[in-house]
Design a protein around this ligand. Structure first.
Ligand SMILES: NC(=O)c1ccc[n+]([C@@H]2O[C@H](COP(=O)([O-])OP(=O)(O)OC[C@H]3O[C@@H](n4cnc5c(N)ncnc54)[C@H](O)[C@@H]3O)[C@@H](O)[C@H]2O)c1
Length: 286
């Protein structure tokens, strides 16, 4: 897609961080924007500020882990703007802890938002785009973590590797059909956002036992990883730069969007070498 003016973009997780950055960048291109997010106060504030800046915006409170919310998001988009041309399945959350220590609630929450959110987006919006038969693009937000092998953030990595695989499969299937829908997978390195405050949006039914909370989250190992990741996020790339990478990739029909290619490619190479040489996994971050 080379022309953006008056086209319609639906962006999930649009009330903060990368999603908001992409939304603002799309508005600069003259697109009409549907902002979807679970955090209503931040969503309404984003809508207000973007409208004040002259953008054509609709805010739709949505929990992407729920099929019915994503279906309602599509209906509201079509009712308001009559079409959809760009879908950014971007909403995401994360938790730390060793894979055997994470609770069932942790798994359900992160899998629900990061993986099921993208699955629902594809399931609901691809048929609409196929029917429309116009130039369209889908950007799924994975992560550099979706391409590498390392300890920590296990649930997060499972979901992000799932998003990479889902996006690659979608790419092949749409290409095989000769569809006008292009696909990209966004695999950022560290980005300066509110991701470390993701717990603010954990639903009440997926909160875990306070005893588990203390046992897992207060361990020195957990605290050390948390501090390292927090520092990396705080010094990460600004969201507007990630948004520039995304818009350029859409224009160039580029599938893999690596915002920090030197860093990620080294670790991808290491993993590929492990697999090709059939040797045991190397920890790239010892
Ligand atoms: N920040 C980083 O370093 C980094 C790196 C790689 C990938 N990512 C990915 O980027 C994406 C955006 O995250 P971010 O870093 O901008 O964090 P963020 O917390 O600033 O933004 C995430 C947004 O998603 C929303 N959200 C959470 N649960 C939701 C749900 N169930 N339904 C709808 N919206 C929901 C939040 O309210 C928030 O507005 C995520 O998929 C994340 O995994 C982030």
């Amino acid at each position: 897609m080379r022309e953006f003016k008056n086209k319609v973009a639906v962006i999930t997780g649009a009330a903060s961080g990368i999603g908001r950055g992409i939304a603002e960048r799309c508005a600069q291109e003259g697109m009409r924007i549907v902002l979807a997010d679970i955090e209503e106060k931040a969503l309404n504030q984003t809508e207000k500020e973007m409208k004040a800046a002259g953008a054509s915006v609709l805010a739709v409170p949505s929990d992407v882990s729920k099929a019915s919310d994503v279906e309602a998001l599509a209906h509201k988009t079509l009712n308001a703007f009559g079409a959809v041309h760009l879908l950014c399945n971007n909403a995401g959350v994360g938790v730390g802890g060793c894979v055997w220590e994470c609770t069932v609630e942790d798994w359900k929450w992160v899998m629900g938002v990061n993986l099921w959110g993208v699955i629902h987006g594809i399931r609901v919006f691809v048929p609409i785009m196929l029917e429309q038969d116009t130039e369209c693009h889908i950007v799924n937000t994975a992560s550099g973590s979706g391409l590498i092998s390392s300890p920590h953030l296990g649930i997060y990595k499972v979901t992000k590797q799932g998003v990479v695989s889902l996006s690659e499969t979608l790419y092949h299937e749409l290409a095989q059909r000769g569809a006008k829908i292009k696909v990209s997978v966004l695999c950022p390195g560290w980005v300066n956002t509110q991701i470390m405050e993701a717990e603010r949006n954990r639903p009440a039914e997926l909160q875990h036992d306070p005893d588990d909370e203390v046992r897992i989250r207060m361990s020195p190992e957990y605290q050390e990883v948390e501090e390292t990741v927090r520092a990396a996020v705080q010094t990460g790339m600004p969201c507007h730069q990630v948004a520039d990478c995304v818009l350029n990739a859409i224009r160039e029909e580029k599938f893999y969007i690596l915002t920090d290619p030197d860093f990620v490619k080294l670790m991808v190479q290491l993993r590929l070498d492990d697999i090709l040489q059939e040797r045991n996994p190397t920890n790239p971050l010892p």
